[in-house]
Design a binder for this molecule. Structure first.
Ligand code: NAD
Length: 303
């Protein structure tokens, strides 16, 4: 494992905390943007897996003509992997945490990072559901804490939701926006509220589509076609639900229903039943569609 402190570049330093599904992708786009990027995880195996995934993503990018061999070498040259938080955080201007979705864990990791980071460093969290204001409670400099919500897979998805907590400063939002743009992403800025912008709207649409199936308004395929051809959505809400996983959709619906107290998010009985029966979408082979063995294309609608 290379030592981040041996680096001689003058590039701004950035740490990514947690090297799983999201962390490896965030580290990849940061390195490609020229940040001296340190990827931290407690588990050496997670770091090895992250390195393999990043190299593979870059190789695929070259094969598809999206990444040059020089850009691949440049990115790998500014990227280091470490299982010591203090090394990762040393002098960074921004840290982005992508550890599991647990409030105390996120606070603990960001708090430890703040001690070694540069003075005034931005402390960003990739949480998909927790309150930014609550994560910031008790951290040194809550005005520096901000949500930076990336989408999976990070190297492909253009959106970053910048989430402003109760105490997040304008300067922190501006700096975070600059980082997202340098990574080639399109940031939007939103207030700290359940589901942020994307999940709240996307889940509302998905749940209403399920209620329409339940009421016999149209088949899943026709409802999806209404959105793809009528509204130019790249994918219909029911197929998207199958891809995300109907169990995941149900969990988010329950959370938003409790948090926003709106009937819009009340889980439809059909969704509850499908999850109870193990019809979870692509991962179980059947949801609103039956999925082929490769899990790529729906064969025929199941309802
Ligand atoms: P993941 O389980 O794939 O990765 C988490 C990583 O954190 C693991 O490698 C684990 O070893 C590491 N970790 C655990 N405890 C740690 C600690 N104390 N210090 C350092 N590393 C530690 O999770 P993920 O899917 O990448 O999700 C990470 C965060 O991103 C979550 O908050 C999640 O809600 C959010 N998110 C996920 C997605 C998604 O599609 N997966 C999308 C947007 C946001």
């Amino acid at each position: 494992m290379s030592d981040p402190r041996s680096s001689t570049t003058d590039a701004p330093r950035l740490a990514v905390l947690g090297a799983g599904t999201m962390g490896h992708g965030i580290a990849q786009v940061a390195a490609m943007a020229g940040y001296e990027t340190r990827l931290f995880d407690l588990l050496p195996d997670a770091l090895d897996a992250a390195r393999t995934r990043i190299e593979s993503n870059l190789d695929n990018g070259i094969a598809r003509g999206k990444v040059t061999p020089e850009a691949r070498e440049q990115a790998l040259g500014v990227l280091t992997f470490t299982s010591r938080l203090i090394e990762a955080a040393d002098g960074v201007e921004i840290a982005i945490e992508a550890v599991p979705e647990k409030l105390d864990l996120k606070r603990q990791v960001l708090g430890a990072c703040a001690e070694a980071a540069a003075e005034g460093a931005v402390l960003a969290t990739n949480t998909s559901s927790l309150s930014i204001s609550r994560i910031a409670e008790g951290l040194p400099g809550p005005e520096r804490v901000v949500g930076m919500h990336f989408f999976n897979p990070v190297h492909i998805m253009a959106l970053v939701e910048i989430v402003r907590g109760a105490e997040t400063s304008d300067e922190t939002v501006a700096r975070t926006r600059g980082v997202a743009e340098r990574m080639g992403k399109t940031p939007i800025v939103i207030a700290d509220s359940p589901g942020f912008a994307s999940s709240r709207l996307g889940v509302a649409l998905g749940l209403e589509a399920i209620r329409m199936v339940e009421a016999g308004v149209a088949s899943p395929e026709d409802i999806d076609t209404a959105m793809t051809l009528g509204y130019r959505h790249p994918m219909g809400p029911l197929k998207l639900g199958d891809l995300v996983g109907l169990d995941v959709r149900l969990d988010i619906a329950r959370y938003l229903h409790g948090a926003l107290r709106s009937p819009v998010f009340e889980p439809p009985a059909l969704l509850e039943r499908m999850v109870a029966e193990g019809r979870l979408g692509r991962k179980s082979g059947e949801g609103f569609y039956r999925w082929g063995e490769a899990g790529q294309l729906p064969t025929n609608p199941s309802e």
